[in-house]
Design a protein around this ligand. Structure first.
Ligand SMILES: NC(=O)c1ccc[n+]([C@@H]2O[C@H](COP(=O)([O-])OP(=O)(O)OC[C@H]3O[C@@H](n4cnc5c(N)ncnc54)[C@H](O)[C@@H]3O)[C@@H](O)[C@H]2O)c1
Length: 324
């Protein structure tokens, strides 16, 4: 049984759906601070906070949990700059209580949602796992701290983990049953599609003078259902005795902001206003994964949605039919 902590959020709910369709037993635990009750398609959301270690330990024992996927975090970079304490408290302190519960319930396999934010502003064309960790905001710092802690929990208690350092999660369930819904939304593709649907007046490009071919920032967008698949593969890797590891999770291909906007116009068939604004501090010009490690360690991973048209197409279907 896999416990999905934070399984009512964007990536967690797509992972729940993926497991449900594969017939893999799982349970969702979420405090619904940033998740959605409506994201559960026929499964229960056990409402609770990961800060409640006693309850979590009892739950893990009762449900015979043998692996945890830990999605819980606050994940807004700007908010983390304004309220760092809130980020340390939820992403680090509450995360420790989840680890304590795992130790108490003798659950030894953990997949952790990390982020390319641990690298800060690397200048490498493709980002490999061995690059130094220099986060430039409290959000990335909390991910780095938690990752480091995991090494010590492995040494002390044999709690093995896979940290998946996602690049930009994007897209939605291919049948548009669930999709991305953050409040506030800060991710590029849903913002552009909200301009396409008329929900927003325009979309802004922050910085058009970066040292990239069209002057706008380049990111590696990875479809959320491929992320879901990677979580199950990581759980299986750990269940088979795989060692603690960290993997970058992106397609290894980057698209600029302008390319995303053009693709959204094409997919939606809609015109909308685009405003050019100054750069935002802490936005590196290019973040693209070197994903060779994960491909080698989890050879059965098959990226089914590695196509910008599919990413934006599924996001657009969701945007038009969203329930939450
Ligand atoms: N979305 C991305 O592009 C991206 C990229 C890199 C890393 N990540 C990481 O992936 C994870 C999931 O991201 P997401 O976009 O699905 O975020 P999300 O906000 O949609 O989901 C997080 C879920 O965790 C729950 N939660 C938060 N704190 C909790 C607590 N103390 N107890 C119980 N539940 C709690 C929220 O209610 C929410 O349902 C996060 O850890 C995030 O940092 C996301």
């Amino acid at each position: 049984m896999i416990l999905l902590a934070g399984g009512a959020g964007y990536i967690g709910s797509h992972t729940a759906l993926y497991l449900a369709e594969k017939g893999v037993p799982f349970a969702v635990y979420d405090n619904l601070s940033r998740g959605h009750r409506e994201s559960a398609l026929g499964w229960e959301i056990i409402e609770g906070d990961i800060g409640d270690a006693q309850r979590l330990a009892a739950l893990m024992r009762d449900l015979k949990v043998d692996a945890v996927i830990h999605f819980c975090a606050y994940a807004l970079v700007g908010e983390s700059m304004r309220f760092p304490g809130m980020y340390y408290e939820n992403n680090v302190a509450n995360g420790i209580s989840l680890l304590r519960a795992m130790v108490e319930a003798k659950v030894q396999n953990l997949v952790f949602s990390s982020s390319c934010a641990v690298y800060g502003e690397p200048s490498a064309e493709f980002i490999g796992e061995s690059l130094p960790h220099n986060p430039v905001n409290p959000y990335g710092e909390t991910k780095r701290i938690f990752e480091n802690m995991l090494d010590w929990f492995d040494r002390a208690y044999g709690l093995r983990s896979v940290r998946l350092r996602y690049f930009n999660a994007a897209g939605a369930d291919e049948k548009a049953r669930i999709g991305e819904s953050h409040d506030p939304e800060t991710h590029l593709i849903p913002l552009v599609l909200k301009a396409a649907s008329g929900e927003r007046k325009s979309v802004s490009i922050f910085g058009t003078d970066y040292p990239t071919p069209d002057g706008t920032c380049i990111r590696d967008y990875v479809h959320v259902t491929d992320l879901a698949q990677a979580h199950l593969a990581a759980c299986e890797y750990l269940r088979e005795g795989g060692r603690t590891a960290a993997f970058n999770l992106g397609y290894g291909r980057g698209y600029s902001v302008r390319e995303i906007i053009d693709a959204c116009r094409k997919v939606s068939g809609r015109e909308f206003a685009v405003e050019e604004a100054p750069r935002r501090p802490g936005d590196p010009p290019r973040l693209v994964a070197d994903n060779r490690s994960i491909r080698t360690a989890l050879p059965d991973l098959e990226f089914r949605f590695d196509d910008l048209g599919k990413i934006i197409g599924t996001a657009w279907e969701w945007e038009k039919n969203r329930r939450f």
